[in-house]
Design a protein around this ligand. Structure first.
Ligand SMILES: Nc1ncnc2c1ncn2[C@@H]1O[C@H](COP(=O)(O)OP(=O)(O)OP(=O)(O)O)[C@@H](O)[C@H]1O
Ligand SMILES: [Mg+2]
Length: 234
């Protein structure tokens, strides 16, 4: 479904990604793990068309997208929940959700909203509440719900557990698992190594702009090198 091949990405003079490759098959839940500054957000933003690689290529469902503008990429069904959420705090939960469906035919909005409420029932209870007055975890759910409103084929989540209390992290991860089970392919960016390796079919580890390891989530959980480098962070 998604194939990133040998990309280089620069921010001005700074090289953020060097010869990085990654692929995601239909139906998979794949994790991309790495510490602060490893290049995770750069990778997501490049896939979504906010940066363009100077080398390599990105193909999504047989369409080459590495030079495609971001708004066209959303239309292909590749949608991200950005780091830091980027919600509209002065708008209600429902209004934020509906923003996610702006590319959808009007007739489908109700159906998509009901689907989101099924996954994230709390959003239905809080639909008229101002989004800015929700807790951090609830806002994360709105961000995920808003992305689902565009009926994604591939959903990319950039550190959805960031800043959340452990209990909420668990809830967010459970919801992501359910969404994947219902057929949405997921690329999960995380620093929460244990949780994301447990959840993921496969994972990639990014360090300093280089892909250093890849394998099945459950194998990487037991990998001594991974344990030494990352388990301390959880
Ligand atoms: N707009 C930019 N201009 C210059 N350098 C940038 C820019 N954006 C990112 N970088 C640099 O690129 C590197 C990778 O950053 P990136 O945001 O992709 O990391 P990350 O893995 O998402 O980190 P975090 O976990 O902290 O979100 C960092 O060294 C960062 O300082
Ligand atoms: Mg980041």
């Amino acid at each position: 479904m998604l194939k990133v091949s040998n990309i280089d990405v620069f921010h001005g003079q700074v090289q953020a990604l060097e010869d990085v490759s990654l692929n995601v098959e239909k139906g998979e839940l794949v994790a991309l793990i790495g510490g602060n500054g490893a290049g995770k957000t750069t990778m997501v933003n490049t896939i979504c068309g906010l940066h363009h690689p100077s080398k390599g290529e990105i193909v999504f469902n047989d369409i080459r997208i590495d030079q495609t503008p971001s708004h066209k990429i959303v239309g292909l069904g590749l949608v991200q929940v950005a780091e830091g959420r980027r919600l509209f705090p002065e708008m209600s939960v429902l209004e934020n959700l509906e923003m996610g469906a702006y590319l959808m035919p009007k007739g489908r909005v109700g159906e998509l909203r009901d689907m989101v409420y099924t996954f994230l029932p709390k959003l239905k209870e809080r639909k008229h509440q101002l989004t800015g007055s929700l807790s951090g975890g609830e806002q994360q759910m709105v961000a995920i719900g808003r992305a689902l409103m565009s009926d994604p084929k591939l959903l990319i989540l950039d550190e959805p557990s960031l800043g959340l209390a452990p209990k909420l992290v668990e809830t967010v991860f459970e919801r992501i698992k359910e969404i994947n089970k219902q057929g949405v392919t997921v690329l999960l960016i995380e620093q929460n190594v244990v949780n994301s390796l447990t959840l993921a079919n496969r994972a990639y580890i990014l360090e300093n702009g280089n892909m250093v390891k890849t394998g099945f989530g459950k194998d990487l959980l037991k990998d001594p090198q991974v344990k030494a480098a990352y388990m301390g962070m959880d």
